[in-house]
Design a protein. Structure first.
Length: 562
């Protein structure tokens, strides 16, 4: 049993499927789908959804389809299709030969629409969307019938066929389901099924000038594909009655022994994170971020570039759980999952960001000692590497204090510390500039402490990292932080613009000295800069001539809770 399997909780969707199986459904008959719109890149909220979709099928030996909801040609693009497929595969899921598109079913959906017209359950309406809102009314009050609601079947069919033939301009007609203008559920008050849209479709070209609405296309596509469990987020709960109505009132109800059922769960809301695709599109379009794959973005392509691992995201989605209640999840939980996985897989390297020069006075000029450094203490198979020790070194300025408080175990005058993987050194002299700033330390090394252990068994509590000043390479780091300063970006105060909370310090670029082994990193490779943070070689900017590293996550939680 894998670690991921052991961490599973019996949430209500698992229980529903377990109950269906106990009632006679074959486990292998469990059939789900992930239906993204190809109008943007997937984000961490979508990951929660498709981890559930694919996960429920995999756990039971069933199937999960990847179906693109490509019913709005104005906003769709093949690059988003490619990005979505890459993201789903990256997280470890495979849809085999079950890659479908709503556009695959345009002819079938059209025929279902004609069925409803012929049954007197659909009609052509001349009202615009805004005008129909007046007729639809509000909860608690009955609506009123739209003009043409009682138009003869033959006339509705004729107009609908002429809509398809392209005889009318956009907005002239809408095909509506004829249900109940007094229903307490506004979605049942004659919802739109088709609208005229004279736009080229990226798959069907100019074959169609009418396109189905989501509520009509989605449920019937599920029925066509034999979906058993249609999983979606809570905002679609009020759509469930309509979902069932379209299937029950067309011949789609006869396609399979088991009809699709819709089940809703709470969407993911994450602190300091914007989950609105529309608003993410805005900051991409306005150039506020580098693109959909900006390493600060909550998109999966951005998280991949930031150095998050597929396992850490899957673990996070499982840890969040599946409930019926909207809540706000701490970003700290996601970062914890990232740290847990990176601790096991990231190679260790040393890097100094705020250098203070150290000269070893009892070390011969030009002498180089090659020392063994462990690549990952959590993984013996990662082996070790050689690091060079020389007369001049760099340490972090923050690892020296001239007048330290009690229980300060880093470097200070006459205090001894261990250099990671190297020797014990003691500070003998502090050199300052004219303004009194410490610019250099003169230290001595215990030559018998190679490897960091005192030969006489004396205890040295402090260990600090370092790089050789003679061999260190200047590199670039991008220190990434949250995009938004407000914790709850899903519930903004009235009258505020979400950009009021944009974190202007979400990206800080700096330079550092790194050990030469960092040049051997591959684009996208995760690393731990010891005593600093986890970083990744930026997959877009990386080159050995100008190495760039993104900070993935700090070694410990570094921002306030919501």
């Amino acid at each position: 049993m894998s670690e991921e399997t052991e961490n599973r909780s019996m949430h209500f969707i698992r229980q529903i499927i377990a109950n269906d199986i106990a009632a006679g459904l074959q486990p292998s008959a469990v059939h789900t789908r992930f239906p993204p719109e190809p109008n943007g890149c997937l984000h961490i909220g979508h990951a929660k959804a498709f981890c559930l979709d694919f996960g429920m099928a995999l756990e039971n030996g069933g199937k999960c389809n990847l179906r693109f909801d490509d019913t709005n040609p104005d906003k769709e693009d093949t690059r988003f299709v490619d990005s979505i497929k890459e993201d789903v595969r990256w997280l470890g899921f495979d849809w085999a030969d079950r890659e479908y598109y709503a556009s695959d079913y345009f002819e079938k959906l059209y025929n279902y629409a004609e069925e409803l017209i012929l049954a007197g359950k659909a009609y052509v309406c001349t009202l615009s969307a805004e005008e129909f809102k007046e007729y639809r009314g509000v909860p608690g009050q009955p609506g009123k019938e739209a003009p043409g609601r009682n138009r003869p079947v033959e006339e509705n069919l004729d107009i609908f066929r002429r809509m398809r033939a392209g005889e009318f301009e956009e907005g002239a007609y809408v095909l509506r389901a004829k249900i109940d203008m007094n229903s307490p559920n506004l979605h049942m008050r004659d919802p739109a099924m088709y609208r005229i849209k004279k736009a080229e479709h990226w798959r069907t070209g100019g074959d169609w000038c009418i396109y189905p609405m989501y509520d009509f296309a989605h449920c019937l596509s599920d029925a066509i594909e034999g979906i058993t469990h249609s999983l979606c987020t809570l905002e679609f709960e009020v759509h469930r009655e309509l979902y069932d109505w379209f299937i029950d009132n067309t011949s789609a109800k006869n396609l399979n022994k088991v009809q699709p059922r819709q089940y809703e769960f709470a969407r993911l809301n994450l602190t300091h994170t914007m989950m609105s695709k529309r608003k993410l599109q805005q900051i991409v379009a306005e150039g506020i971020v580098e693109g959909w794959d900006d390493a600060r973005m909550p998109t999966l392509s951005g998280m991949r570039r930031r150095g998050y691992t597929p396992k850490s995201i899957r673990d996070f989605c499982e840890a969040v759980g599946v409930t019926k209640f909207n809540s706000l999840t701490e970003l700290a939980l996601l970062e914890h999952c990232v740290r847990q996985d990176l601790n096991k897989v990231a190679l260790r390297r040393m890097a100094v960001f705020d250098p203070l020069e150290v000269e070893i006075e009892n070390w011969e000029e030009g002498k180089v000692d090659e020392l063994n450094a462990i690549n990952n203490p959590e993984d013996e198979s990662a082996g070790s590497r050689k690091i060079k020790f020389t007369k001049r070194l760099f340490i972090e300025k923050g690892d020296f204090m001239e007048n330290p408080p009690k229980k300060y175990f880093r470097l200070s005058p006459e205090n001894e510390v261990r250099l990671r993987y190297a020797y014990l050194i003691k500070c003998k002299e502090v050199i300052k500039d004219a303004e009194g700033n410490v610019v250099k330390l003169v230290c001595t090394v215990d030559p018998d402490s190679r490897g960091g252990n005192a030969p006489d068994g004396r205890k040295v509590k402090g260990t600090i990292h370092w790089v050789s000043a003679d061999y260190a390479v200047m590199m670039k780091a991008r220190l990434l932080d949250v995009l938004f300063t407000r914790a709850d970006m899903a519930d903004l105060p009235d009258g505020t613009d979400f950009m009021d909370f944009f974190n202007k310090d979400s990206l800080v670029e700096t330079e550092f000295y790194g050990e030469p082994a960092l040049l051997e990193a591959k684009a996208g490779q995760p690393l731990q800069f010891e005593r600093n943070a986890y970083f990744v070689a930026d997959e877009k900017l990386w080159s050995q001539d100008k190495p760039v590293f993104n900070r993935t996550v700090t070694l410990k939680e570094s921002f306030p809770k919501a």
